[in-house]
Design a protein around this ligand. Structure first.
Ligand SMILES: [Fe+2]
Length: 241
């Protein structure tokens, strides 16, 4: 039986439905280690092989009822520049003046967390690891990035408010980011064998879209172009201690 917990944003997807072509976005992300190295400026993905049919229906499965059609084996994109454009003045002001300090080894830290049904953000279940549970780390490699990434400009900053509660941060981000997660704003480039898709990694979120394995193999070659400098915000942020 399907259970939808609105608070958790979790809806279990039955194998039976998945095999009939009911799918979801996997996990929206940019390609970024978020520890030690800065994220690549650009990412390229070359389609080597993918199944071309049958069509699938992507469901947000968050109670919104939103769906869209796709061929199997594609990568979906949404624009974070567009998400910024859709924000209110007040939200933009907060985001412009905010920064994020990531946990050391952030993917280990969130390793036991679950994504929401639409793949954007995590469910708050206090499953994040403590720093003591993580592999040894070097404090100087912990990343602190501005929330908004721009070309260099500087403005006067205000007194910062440090928010330690990840649930509060996720709730604030979800309201903003979910505005851009709509079929009319999602791009699903129809790559065929031999095509290369290349995108600005600092501006776009992307995700795989799951499909039943019996549709056939999906093979992509990925190359990231190393960054000679990391993201810069609209206002200077304090340097990590
Ligand atoms: Fe990726």
């Amino acid at each position: 039986m399907k259970t939808f917990n609105k608070q958790e944003g979790l809806l279990s997807l039955l194998d039976e439905d998945f095999n009939k072509g009911h799918t979801r976005f996997h996990r929206w992300h940019i390609d970024a280690p978020l520890y030690a190295r800065d994220p690549a400026w650009f990412t390229t993905l070359r389609c080597f092989k993918r199944p071309m049919e049958p069509e699938l229906t992507i469901h947000r499965d968050d109670g919104s009822g939103q769906t869209m059609q796709t061929e199997p084996g594609l990568t979906a994109f949404i624009s974070n520049v567009q998400a910024y454009d859709l924000m209110s003045e007040e939200e933009r002001k907060i985001a412009d003046h905010s920064w994020v300090e990531y946990a050391p080894h952030p993917y280990q830290w969130m390793g036991d967390c679950k994504s929401k049904s639409h793949g954007l953000g995590l469910v708050n279940r206090s499953k994040e690891k403590t720093t003591e549970q993580l592999s040894p780390y070097d404090k100087k490699d912990v990343k602190r990035y501005p929330m908004v990434w721009v070309n260099p400009t500087t403005r006067v900053d205000e007194e910062p408010r440090v928010v330690e509660d990840v649930a509060e941060i996720r709730e604030w981000l979800a309201k903003i980011q979910e505005q851009v997660l709509k079929p009319e704003y999602v791009m699903l480039p129809k790559v065929v064998e031999g095509d290369i898709v290349m995108w600005t990694n600092y501006q776009m979120f992307h995700t795989a879209v799951d499909y039943p394995s019996h549709y056939g193999a999906r093979t992509m070659h990925q190359a990231n172009i190393g960054a000679s400098s990391g993201p810069i915000g609209p206002v200077p942020i304090p340097v990590s201690s």
